[in-house]
Design a protein around this ligand. Structure first.
Ligand SMILES: *Cc1c(COP(=O)(O)O)cnc(C)c1O
Ligand code: SF4
Length: 385
């Protein structure tokens, strides 16, 4: 057995462990564990500094998980976009491939609680139906291996799936969504990365939420992926008590860049049954974005998105930078709240005037194709070159 598998085995994962380790009432522990499984491996457990800290909140169950009756289990209507159980196909050219229901840790805020954690073994038939669907849909050029955590699979099983995808000519890129670099960095082994690099272009998106997760072990794991030519991005979830603070987020994105990980998305927490206590007002997210853009490397600034309830996909939310218009001037503010004006190009000016100078025509030529066409027509009438 590999080290990471041994570490998984040593996880806190039963109701009894919750009682022994965290002093839960036995009855509560059983109830919570039945609702959504607990799994905290010794590495992630070692990152906890005190009860209720940002690491604890992400992995130790909370009695409030039992309170959220009436909230949806599938807030993003992923089932509605699932032509076969292993695929969620919402966007035109890319699809999620849910390769396993297992995770190396069960995040208390998970939006896919309904799907992950069930111990049912994934069958080859389940995987094959996903491969068949993707292969029958030539519009899918980007496949995102997700789950659960695809790196819970053994290298052999993972390679079968990735090789299966690579054999489909229209699949241009393969992305792997995995929390391993954050929660169990020991999973990133040299044999894993040498397998992955045979199937480029491969991208990895990982999931760090707090600067305390940026340990030397995590740095090593991300470095190994990057050394194998795999660009690594990060998706964070904004959560009350974990990272709903601009200083914490600034520290996180800077640390990620240092670990060669590019912050990609910051998600507004979804309205999921059993995870409502993590939600923050959108104003908090906007404030954080306001304190990132301009204040640190643009490379460190993720997109802040709300995954639209009901399945509308990710919608980017930005602080207001355009304050208004004054005639043809756009009034804007910068990251320091200083006001600037930009004289816009007026659509009116673009109309053909009496002055048919070459210069004007040249400028117009660079506009839309529609205009380019008009220009060509006129060129025949008024030869200018
Ligand atoms: C997030 C997501 C994707 C990928 O979106 P990108 O913006 O391309 O990263 C694809 N499908 C589903 C269902 C998703 O939720
Ligand atoms: S790793 Fe992802 S899928 Fe698994 S519990 Fe955490 S958020 Fe959910």
């Amino acid at each position: 057995m590999e080290l990471w598998q041994e570490m998984l085995r040593a996880s806190v994962d039963s109701g009894k462990d919750l009682v022994d380790r965290f002093g839960f009432e036995p009855e509560l522990a059983e109830k919570l564990n039945a609702l959504f499984h607990t799994r905290i491996n010794p590495y992630y457990l070692s990152l906890i500094r005190y009860p209720g800290d940002p690491i604890w909140l992400q992995c130790v169950p909370d009695a409030r998980e039992l309170e959220d009756d009436g909230l949806p289990e599938d807030p993003l209507n992923e089932e509605g976009d699932s032509p076969v159980p292993s695929v969620t196909h919402r966007y035109p050219d890319r699809a999620l491939f849910l390769a396993t229901s297992q995770c190396s840790m069960y995040c208390r805020f998970c939006t896919r609680k309904r799907k992950v954690g069930d111990s049912g073994k994934i069958s080859m038939k389940y995987i094959q139906s996903g491969l068949d669907y993707i292969s029958a849909h030539p519009e899918i050029r980007d496949v995102i291996l997700s789950g659960g955590d695809p790196l819970m699979l053994t290298d052999v099983m993972l390679e079968k799936i990735i090789a299966g995808l690579r054999a489909i000519p229209h699949v241009e890129i393969i992305r792997i969504g995995t929390k391993m670099p954050c929660v169990l960095p020991q999973r990133i082994t040299s044999s894993l990365v040498s397998m992955l690099k045979k199937y480029h272009p491969i991208y990895v998106n990982t999931h760090f939420n707090h600067p305390w997760e940026c340990t030397p072990e995590a740095e090593k794991a991300c470095g190994m992926l990057a050394d194998a030519g795999i660009p690594v991005g990060n998706q964070s979830v904004l959560m009350k008590g974990v990272n709903d603070d601009s200083d914490v987020m600034l520290e996180l994105v800077r640390k990620l860049l240092k670990m060669r990980v590019r912050p990609y998305y910051l998600y507004q927490a979804d309205i999921t049954k059993g995870a409502n206590h993590f939600r923050t007002p959108v104003s908090v997210g906007l404030e954080i974005m306001d304190k990132l853009r301009g204040h640190t490397s643009g490379l460190a600034v993720p997109y802040y998105v709300i995954d639209a309830p009901g399945g509308g996909g990710k919608i980017p939310i930005l602080p207001q930078y355009v304050l208004g218009r004054n005639g043809n001037k756009i009034i804007m503010r910068n990251y320091q709240y200083s006001i600037y004006e930009y004289p816009d190009v007026e659509e009116e000016e673009m109309k053909l005037t009496d002055d048919k100078s070459i210069e004007k025509k040249f400028l117009r030529k660079r506009k839309s194709t529609q205009r380019k066409k008009t220009y060509k027509k006129e060129k025949q009438e008024v030869p200018v070159q």
